[in-house]
Design a protein around this ligand. Structure first.
Ligand code: GDP
Length: 432
């Protein structure tokens, strides 16, 4: 079984928890894009783990975790994560693999990120300023430095020198010295070496041996560089296409696609968000859902479930099913709205517009459903959910067009409803 698990909204959907939940059914978990701007939060026996680069599958002993070529790697961030895991008794050696084709984030990328945001002024994108965008820029401009380049110090020296000089020209008062950057890279190279491999080849060999793989997405479809709300997007392909390019596997290597969605909508950073609630209802969602960035602590913008955006996620990724998270955050609300269409320029739109200016004018068309006074928090069986919560989920499935195979009712691994019959509909061949 090769299953993709990715975000079908604006990121932060709770992918970390879903991947962690499913990981024990797989041999390998592979990340295909993004950098340490992703922040997957997993709670395990009361301990909080925030995983940025390393797939959350690492919390399962014996599982191999892969960082693909589509990911940009900040070695310092990677080592910090490895050290934190080690402090909690989790050893990554022999279980962590990094693609030799993954591009590196270097100190000057972080400076360039901050500079670019400052220059954008009011039109800033709201990046995490960790150098991810500039590292992808260098990749596309064909001057990036890859993990595999660390094995050839002479060529590396030349590349680092050229890149630092070019960057000093971009940042007028910068006098960054290339030598310490180069020396630090050589130092990193020694620690990285045991993990580096040709990931595409490794995955093909493992697949031939019948090993199962979970492809783990970071961010979300609406933040995808091509299909998201450009320019308010991330710098990589968070949607399903990123799996093939970001790991070097063919499309038939993906048996099924599970889209993670929250029972409402959030987004961090700038850009249009049609169902945003700027009143106390938005604050209520933010507080009950603890909607603050896992990496930056930034408050997330919150609103009702947007089925137009979710249907778009279904289309772009060919979703088979949903993992619906944070149902419990809606506990105690009197009424809950679902956005089923937009109104824009006197027209009703049922498809997500590709023009961002138009998206900015869209007013949500809501359907109102009754809430539920009894808490869903911690529920593990669908039948235990209050009737109105079940009605909400059914309606959400209807307007989104795919079944909710997993329903999450809390942040712990076992606070989850796995609906095996819906997994069957989606033709997953997963065993419980
Ligand atoms: P990710 O990047 O998609 O993994 O999402 P984040 O980790 O940024 O945000 C998800 C947050 O929601 C984490 O703190 C999770 O522990 C938490 N979470 C996930 N599922 C649930 C749920 O069903 N209920 C509640 N209350 N919290 C959840």
């Amino acid at each position: 079984m090769k299953l993709a698990v990715l975000g079908a909204q604006w990121g932060d959907e709770g992918k970390g928890k879903v991947v962690d939940l499913l990981a024990s059914r797989f041999d390998i978990v592979a990340r295909y894009q993004g950098g340490h701007n992703a922040g997957h939060t997993v709670y395990l026996n009361g301990t909080k783990f925030v995983l940025r680069l390393i797939p959350s599958g690492i919390l399962h002993h014996g599982l191999t975790c892969v960082i693909g070529n589509g990911v940009v790697v900040d070695p310092q961030a990677l080592f910090a994560e490895v050290d934190e895991l080690a402090r909690n008794g989790i050893d990554v050696d022999g279980r962590l693999v990094v693609s030799d084709k993954a591009h590196l984030i270097l100190p000057y990328h972080r400076d360039l990120d901050l500079l670019a945001e400052a220059r954008r002024g009011e039109r800033k994108i709201g990046t995490t300023s960790r150098g991810i965008g500039p590292a992808y820029e260098d990749k596309i401009a064909r001057r990036g430095i890859r993990v595999g380049d660390l094995a050839s110090p002479d060529a590396l020296e030349q590349n680092v020198r050229d890149n630092v000089i070019a960057r000093n020209r971009l940042v007028h008062d910068s006098t960054m010295d290339w030598k310490p950057v180069f020396e630090q890279l050589l130092h990193h190279a020694r620690r990285l070496r045991p993990w580096v491999t040709d990931v595409s080849l490794m995955l093909h060999e493992e697949m031939r041996r019948g090993k199962s793989i979970l492809f783990e997405g970071a961010q979300g479809t609406l933040l995808d560089i091509d299909h998201g709300t450009y320019p308010y997007v991330t710098s990589s392909n968070a949607s399903v296409g990123g799996i093939c390019t970001g790991l070097g596997v063919g499309p038939r290597s993906i048996d099924a696609v599970l889209g993670v969605v929250k029972a409402y909508t959030t987004r961090v950073g700038e850009g249009p968000l049609p169902t945003e609630l700027s009143d106390e209802r938005g604050s209520r969602l933010r507080e009950s859902g603890n909607e603050y960035g896992a990496v930056t602590g930034r408050p997330r913008r919150c609103g009702w479930y947007d089925a137009v955006a979710a249907r778009y996620g279904v289309r772009i990724n060919g979703l088979d099913a949903l993992a619906l998270t944070k149902l419990d955050v809606l506990d105690g609300l009197d009424r809950i709205e679902i956005c089923t269409a937009y109104r824009s320029g006197g027209r009703t739109l049922t498809e997500f517009p590709s023009d961002i200016a138009q998206l900015g004018t869209c007013e949500p068309v809501y359907e109102s459903l009754p809430g539920w006074p009894t808490p869903t928090r911690g529920a593990r069986r669908y039948a235990d959910l209050p009737e109105n919560a079940r009605r909400y989920i059914s309606r959400l499935e209807e307007v989104t067009g795919v079944p909710a195979a997993i329903v999450s009712t809390g942040s712990e691994r076992d606070e989850t409803i796995v609906r095996e019959e819906k997994l069957q509909i989606a033709e997953f061949k997963l065993q419980t």
